[in-house]
Design a protein. Structure first.
Length: 255
C-alpha cells in the first residue's frame, strides 16, 4: 500500500517508536493520528508535523475513548488505512516474591493495556478499513502490531509482559486470516532492546552495557529502524500474517 494520501492511526504515537513512525509516515505523504495520553508531547509533535497530523488524547483501555478517537479520525481524514499498534507497558514482578504471590491487579493491568486494549483498537480500526475502496491488489488496510523479543525469551520478572507479547504474536496469523476476505493485512514487529525515552533516562553506562549484549549491530536499536520496518510492512503487499524479530540477533538471558 502506497503511504501517500493514506491515514495511519498510531497508538503510543507521541513518543518513542510511535513518534518515529509518525515522522517517517508523514515524510512519505501519509496523514497520522497520534493516539496517546501525553498531551504536551502529542501537541508539540502535531505542531511540528503540520496539517497531516492530529493528536487525540485516548486511554485505549476505555472502549468509549477508542470510539471517540476513531470518530475524530474519520471526521478529519475520512478513512483509516493503517494501524500501528504501539501503546503498551511493562512490569517487573516475579511469580512469587518475598511477601507472597504475584499481585493480580498488576498482572491484569498489563494484560488489559498490552493485549485487550490493543485488540480492541485493532478490531475497531479494521471495521473502518473494511469500508475502504480496494486498490489494484484488492487491499483496503494494513495492521502493524508491536510485540517484543520478550514474547520468545522473557526475562525474570516478565511473566505478565512476556505473556501479553506472546499473545500479540499468537494472534497475528489468525487476525490475518480473519481479515483476508476484507483485503486487510496484519503483521507484528518484535523489537529487541531499543533506544526509547525510557531507555534514554537510564545512566549512560547502563545503556552501553545493554547495547553490548546485542550480537550485531553491537548497540541499542534506533526508533527509526522500527519505523523503517513498519513502513516496509505497509508498502510491501506480500507481507501478511508474519511476525518479524528486529533485535540484532539477541537472545535474552534469564536476567
Amino acid at each position: 500500500m502506497d503511504l501517500k494520501g493514506k491515514t495511519a492511526v498510531i497508538t503510543g504515537g507521541a513518543s518513542g517508536l510511535g513518534e518515529a513512525t509518525a515522522r517517517r509516515f508523514v515524510k512519505a505523504g501519509a496523514n497520522v493520528v497520534l493516539v496517546d495520553i501525553q498531551d504536551e508531547k502529542g501537541l508539540a509533535l502535531v505542531a511540528e508535523l503540520g496539517d497531516k497530523a492530529m493528536y487525540v488524547k485516548t486511554d485505549i483501555t476505555k472502549t468509549e475513548d477508542i470510539e471517540v478517537c476513531i470518530n475524530a479520525t474519520m471526521e478529519k481524514f475520512g478513512a483509516i488505512h493503517i494501524l500501528v499498534n504501539n501503546a503498551g507497558m511493562s512490569a517487573g514482578e516475579k511469580t512469587i516474591g518475598k511477601k507472597g504471590p504475584y499481585n493480580m491487579d498488576n498482572f491484569k493491568r498489563v494484560v488489559n493495556l498490552n493485549l485487550i486494549a490493543a485488540f480492541d483498537v485493532l478490531s475497531k480500526c479494521a471495521w473502518e478499513m473494511a469500508k475502504n475502496t480496494p486498490n489494484e491488489d484488492g487491499e483496503k488496510g494494513v495492521i502493524v502490531n508491536t510485540g517484543s523479543v520478550a514474547a520468545f525469551d522473557a526475562q525474570v520478572g516478565q511473566a505478565a509482559y512476556g505473556a501479553t507479547k506472546a499473545a500479540i504474536v499468537g494472534m497475528t496469523l489468525p487476525v490475518a486470516r480473519d481479515l483476508m476476505g476484507e483485503g486487510i493485512r496484519c503483521c507484528t514487529i518484535c523489537p529487541g532492546i531499543m533506544m526509547t525515552p525510557m531507555m534514554a533516562a537510564l545512566p549512560q553506562n547502563v545503556q552501553e552495557s545493554l547495547g553490548k549484549m546485542v550480537p550485531f549491530p553491537n548497540r541499542l536499536g534506533k526508533s527509526d529502524e522500527y519505523a523503517m520496518l513498519a513502513e516496509q510492512i505497509v508498502v510491501n503487499p506480500y507481507l501478511n500474517g508474519e511476525t518479524i524479530r528486529m533485535d540484532g540477533a539477541i537472545r535474552m538471558a534469564p536476567k
